[in-house]
Design a protein around this ligand. Structure first.
Ligand code: HEM
Length: 358
């Protein structure tokens, strides 16, 4: 049974339960509309999308964070669909309600990877742009991986804030790294399944267009995307290394800065605390410093290798998609596949550092 008081440190059970609670909510009374969304998208019916979105927005009387997150999900599906069919569409009528919901949610004023995946109800209430089996696989793969990565975030974060020293801490670190490796296995397996079953042609032509940038209140917000998944938080912990090359550290810092705002508040807090560790040694030791010897080092390098086992086929998938798109095309997060090269380099640098290469 989950406590009703928010835990003081990141709890995967809490975050996952909250997201499934949000999935269960329909604060705008949008269930029927959302069931008709794939058919409206098939027809490219912008009038229907705008009329329904305006009706929901006009009657929005949401007053708490959980309902606000569910409302951002549903308005996000409708507004992104309309913009897909009519690029450059004026969405300013929705700005006040989206901004109000963003403030209540303490998150960005639009949909995110969380609303698309872990806060998206299963079964008849599923929100989907296309209603296809391929999109269903994509949503459920990302959702399952996110739930699992939250467990890794919790266990690594716990060790970083562990007050124990010596053998006890080492034992806990080994356990946390093993738990994290199982989480990354889920991410890797799910990615491979999507790679097998969703062709680049289908993904790039039928799904990616439903993930446009949106400008709200003069700020441009990226669509839901992988860069918003909890792997970003893990990277903040895994790559924090006082000996990191300044150029690499600066690139990573700006990548984190750009993407952190799309994460839920508890994920953002873990990231911020992890970064403080590498910037100010007085606040504690980084994972790289803690895992220098024996079983801790083996497990840490094992985890970094496991993450690469996700990243290499994922980059190949991204490249296969980019190859059939116009030159300079971006992922939904606003990056080319060169960003994936940079992250892989950071991952390899961290591995070298753990294995004593610098
Ligand atoms: C199906 C086709 C896919 C394509 C074309 C694709 C492409 C991309 C691109 C271009 C990025 C860079 C950031 C951006 O601009 O969005 C990215 C990031 C990311 N994607 Fe995907 N992706 C796909 C599927 C998936 C799946 C199924 C998962 C997870 C199960 C996933 C997880 C991630 C993660 C975690 C990142 C952050 C970068 C990293 O940590 O390595 N992606 N993706």
């Amino acid at each position: 049974m989950l406590s009703i008081v928010e835990p003081p440190v990141f709890s995967a059970a809490w975050e996952n339960q909250r997201d499934s609670d949000i999935a269960g909510r329909d604060p705008l009374g949008a269930d029927v509309i959302m069931a008709n969304l794939p058919a409206a998208n098939e027809r490219g019916c912008v009038d229907w999308l705008m009329t329904e979105a305006r009706r929901l927005a006009d009657h929005c009387s949401v007053s708490n964070a959980m309902d606000a997150r569910a409302a951002l999900r549903d308005l996000g599906f409708l507004v992104a669909s309309a913009v897909k069919h009519a690029p450059g569409l004026d969405i300013s009528p929705f700005e006040p309600v989206l901004q109000m919901l963003g403030r209540l949610a303490d998150e960005v004023p639009r949909d995110s990877v969380y609303s698309y995946a872990t806060r998206n109800p299963n079964g008849a209430r599923r929100r989907s742009f296309t209603g296809t089996a391929e999109e269903e696989l994509f949503i459920s793969s990302v959702a399952e991986a996110t739930v699992s990565l939250n467990v890794a975030v919790e266990s690594l974060n716990e060790v970083l804030h562990d007050r124990e020293d010596g053998e006890k801490q080492e034992k806990r670190l080994v356990e946390a790294l093993q738990v994290s490796r199982s989480s990354v296995d889920v991410l890797r397996a799910n990615l491979l399944e999507v790679k097998r079953r969703v062709s680049p042609e289908l993904f790039s032509s039928q799904l990616r267009p439903y993930f446009p940038d949106l400008t709200i209140g003069g700020e441009t917000y990226a669509a839901p995307g992988g860069a918003q998944m909890p792997l970003l938080v893990m990277d903040a912990m895994l790559f924090a290394d006082p000996a990191q090359e300044p150029d690499a550290a600066a690139w990573h810092q700006s990548y984190l800065d750009e993407n952190l705002r799309y994460l839920p508040p508890a994920h953002r807090a873990v990231c911020t605390a992890a970064r403080a560790l590498s910037e100010s040694p007085a606040t504690g030791r980084t994972l790289t410093e803690l895992a220098r010897t024996g079983a801790t080092r083996d497990q840490f390098s094992g985890l970094l290798k496991d993450v690469l086992r996700f990243r290499h086929p994922h980059r190949q998938l991204a490249r296969d998609n980019m190859r059939i798109r116009p030159d300079g095309s971006l992922g939904s997060g606003g990056y080319t596949d060169a960003a994936l090269d940079r992250i892989i380099d950071l991952n390899k640098d961290a591995l070298r550092s753990v294995e004593g290469g610098r």
